[in-house]
Design a protein around this ligand. Structure first.
Ligand SMILES: C[S@@+](CC[C@H](N)C(=O)[O-])C[C@H]1O[C@@H](n2cnc3c(N)ncnc32)[C@H](O)[C@@H]1O
Length: 385
């Protein structure tokens, strides 16, 4: 039934507009003098085909419209949209991608911040008879709760890439995949592996919960107006199995390790301020017995806190607490062979192992006096900083 409806709408949109265009081409071949009506028709036709040429586009909102039909079609093809899917599109703009998504999916939910674009999109979609299957939310995508969706397909504003990717992969909505057109450098960072120069905290945090696949590069010439940077398409697929780790602990741990990603862990953890911070955090009782999700690791009831864990060795009796704690940190790094390693070269398995060694020794990273990263999208942006 659905397929039937889809092919009907394809017929009425695609075929219909094609025949109009043919008609127009034929009639323009006739050599009669141009009337005012002809001029108006011509204007309307051009607006339908190249809406971006008729609207002021704001660079501050990342309004670079993808106009190359081959690239638009490839994005749809690679996204594996099924006829029963609900697709979330962030930043539909003038609707070049939206119309193609509506041809392929059951429903599209589009989140667009610019009212002018929303008005334009509604009109354009209605002209193709798809209005019943499109919901537009006119809001900031970072500040709105997303409804349920199966896939994300979007040419997003590049300025919100980090927090948006964090919101998707750590959000509550389960989904099959997110096909995103991103700034090329940002895509390279998402795709980077340990040891690559682009490998950073963003890649580490995304890879914990998702796999990222490269799809294709897109030239800046495929956009109107032409941006300064090239772009790439990637697909982010949430993993079926996520490691059993306390996420607040993990995010805080990766923030500590990747502050200076090319320093050795020994050098990072010997810094006085780091030691004092970790000492304070590890001595603070956790009010909620852990944290938001995947909570098995951080259980204050059976941890050995920084205060009361091991017997103090007699040589430590006169040492200040911070010096004892520093020794303990270095002891953990040594026990796992991590002191001379650099975070930018470690796999997630190695980082998870190091975190569990720290936690077993009563050394914690998440400050319970500050809100959970997961509770606050502004902080979620920090997942990559
Ligand atoms: C790069 S354009 C993409 C337009 C269209 N999807 C295309 O492929 O041509 C980004 C769109 O996102 C919108 N936008 C910018 N910031 C946004 C935000 N925070 N939330 C939702 N939409 C946003 C812009 O108004 C613009 O329409």
């Amino acid at each position: 039934m659905l397929r039937f409806r889809n092919s009907l709408s394809r017929f009425f949109s695609g075929q219909h507009s094609l025949s109009l265009r043919r008609l127009h081409a034929r009639s323009s071949r006739r050599s009669h003098p141009k009337s005012d009506n002809d001029d108006n028709d011509e204007k309307i036709r051009r607006r339908q085909e190249k809406p971006e040429a008729h609207m002021h586009l704001y660079k501050s909102r990342g309004q670079h419209i993808l106009t190359n039909p081959r690239v638009l079609d490839s994005i749809i093809r690679k996204s594996n949209v099924k006829p029963a899917d609900t697709v979330l599109e962030i930043g539909p703009g003038t609707g070049n991608l939206t119309l193609r998504l509506l041809e392929a999916a059951e429903k599209v939910v589009a989140v667009e911040i610019d009212k002018r674009m929303v008005e334009f999109l509604h009109k354009r979609v209605a002209e193709h008879g798809f209005q019943d299957r499109l919901t537009v939310i006119c809001k900031d995508a970072l500040k709105t709760e997303f409804p349920q969706f199966d896939l994300v397909v979007a040419n997003i504003p590049y300025g919100i890439s980090s927090p948006l990717v964090a919101k998707l992969v750590y959000g509550a909505n389960p989904f099959r995949g997110a096909t995103l057109l991103l700034q090329k450098e940002f895509a390279r960072r998402l795709l980077a592996n340990p040891g690559d120069s682009e490998f950073n905290r963003l890649a580490v945090n995304v890879k914990l919960v998702a796999d990222v696949e490269f799809v294709m590069d897109v030239s800046k010439r495929d956009f109107v107006p032409c941006p300064k940077v090239d772009s790439s398409v990637v697909i982010i697929r949430p993993r079926a199995e996520v490691p059993d780790v306390n996420l607040d602990e993990w995010w805080a741990f990766t923030r500590t390790c990747f502050g200076k990603k090319n320093k050795t862990l020994g050098a990072t953890f010997k810094q006085k301020k780091k030691v004092l911070d970790l000492l304070r955090i590890s001595r603070t009782p956790c009010s909620n017995g852990g944290s938001t999700s995947n909570d098995s690791n951080h259980d204050c009831s059976n941890n050995t806190s920084a205060d009361n864990d091991e017997e103090v060795d007699s040589s430590e009796e006169d040492m200040p607490m911070s010096a004892v704690f520093r020794k303990k940190i270095i002891g953990v790094l040594n026990s796992g062979g991590f002191e001379d390693k650099r975070p930018s070269k470690l796999s997630n398995e190695e980082l998870l192992h190091l975190l569990s060694l720290f936690n077993q020794a009563g050394i914690y990273f998440h400050d319970h006096s500050s809100p959970s990263d997961a509770d606050n999208i502004e902080l979620a942006a920090a997942l990559s900083s």
